[in-house]
Design a protein around this ligand. Structure first.
Ligand SMILES: [Zn+2]
Length: 368
């Protein structure tokens, strides 16, 4: 988040500089030197800092960093965080172990929003990952009382574990999406407002998992819309400005009738309209770069965040990480510059120019 906020400030400064130059009547006629004001001096300094940042970003050695922004990204699917480890439960200790593994092996979290919109600010040489938590378990975000009776976030709940890891490793961004239902998410009604605000204030996201964890296979268009619209309706009572536009399909199930797929993306129920920018499946493998011709934001694959073989049928997240690291699956490696999409020459053809929008496409050839 820090990186993004930093860029935002730079972008704003640039806008100020530009608009500063285009003001109308110039009180100083040509040839007459303008006095340099303190503000202008500061603007120049901001511009110099910006130029320096730009230059540092561009000065990566492609042969060393080997960026490949056509490679794949893993969207990890967690559920409960608790004891004991089970099909849909990861222990707090194992979640900490996972974060340590990601950190040490070159993975860095990005938000689901940034993934689908292709705004990837991951540091050069690192691979983005997306962390998701389904079902709004209390152990994702639990409030407990300490010995003085003060309410604190349970240090073994997902939010606290992620936040602590980020505090200890500031280069590991605090990014995750919590997909909730309409049954008192995270369970403690008296703390709900605090929790929803907390997640958003910290730069993490709240996603839609339907009102009743509905199986959407055989239900009507009206019911699909009712199920989906309930979450923005509930969340916006507490956070009127917050956009609920990320949907994780319960059970990964889609309507049998394909003509109803459009309601997963957009629809309305009573006075609520929704438009989802991402629809997530359940399972089963790393998914495509957001710039890839076949990337479909409305059908994103996820990987089950578990390493228990009896539940993951031989392909848990650590199997996929190994595939990435051996090169059997090609992973996304960032060039560090969100404005440039860098790929090895032979990947150029899989890039969809409409998906990179106004970003620059840079292809290079590995010399080794
Ligand atoms: Zn679920």
């Amino acid at each position: 988040m820090k990186v993004k906020k930093g860029l935002g400030i730079l972008a704003l400064s640039t806008m100020i500089i530009i608009s500063g130059c285009s003001t109308t009547a110039d009180p100083y006629p040509q040839n007459e030197q303008k006095p340099v004001t303190k503000v202008e001096k500061e603007k120049t300094e901001v511009q110099e800092t910006k130029d320096k940042v730009e230059q540092e970003k561009k000065e990566i050695d492609l042969q060393v960093v080997k960026p490949n922004e056509a490679g794949q990204i893993m969207v990890l699917m967690y559920h409960a965080i608790g004891e004991p480890e089970a099909e849909f439960t990861r222990t707090p200790e194992n979640l900490r172990k996972d974060l340590q593994y990601f950190y040490e092996n070159g993975y860095r979290p990005i938000s689901l929003r940034d993934y689908v919109s292709g705004n990837i600010t991951t540091e050069a040489g690192f691979t983005p990952i997306v962390l998701t938590f389904d079902d709004g378990w209390q152990n994702n975000f639990s409030m407990i009382q300490d010995t003085n009776g003060e309410w604190i976030i349970d240090p073994n709940s997902a939010v606290a574990i992620l936040e602590k890891f980020n505090q200890e490793h500031p280069d590991f961004p605090l990014e995750a999406t919590f997909f909730i239902n309409d049954n008192i998410p995270f369970e403690q009604k008296e703390h709900l407002e605090y929790k929803l605000n907390y997640i958003v204030d910290k730069g993490m996201d709240i996603g839609n998992h339907t009102a009743n964890h509905a199986n959407l296979t055989n239900i009507s268009a009206e019911k699909i819309q009712k199920e989906i619209a309930a979450i923005p309706k509930m969340v916006n009572k507490y956070l009127p400005e917050y956009q609920i536009n990320l949907l994780a399909l319960p059970f990964g199930s889609r309507p049998k009738d394909k003509s109803l797929y459009s309601y997963l993306e957009k629809g309305s129920y009573e006075d609520i309209q929704y438009r989802n920018i991402a629809v997530l499946n359940v399972g089963w493998d790393p998914y495509k770069s957001p710039y890839h011709k076949e990337f479909d934001p409305l059908s994103i694959h996820r990987v089950r965040a578990s390493d228990l073989q009896q539940y993951v049928q031989g392909v848990g997240m650590y199997d996929w990480f190994k595939q990435f690291e051996k090169g059997n699956r090609v992973r996304y490696i960032s060039d560090g510059d969100p404005e440039v999409v860098t790929v090895p020459e032979n990947y150029k053809e899989v890039i969809d120019s409409s998906k990179i929008e106004d970003k620059e496409l840079r292809a290079y050839t590995l010399t080794e």
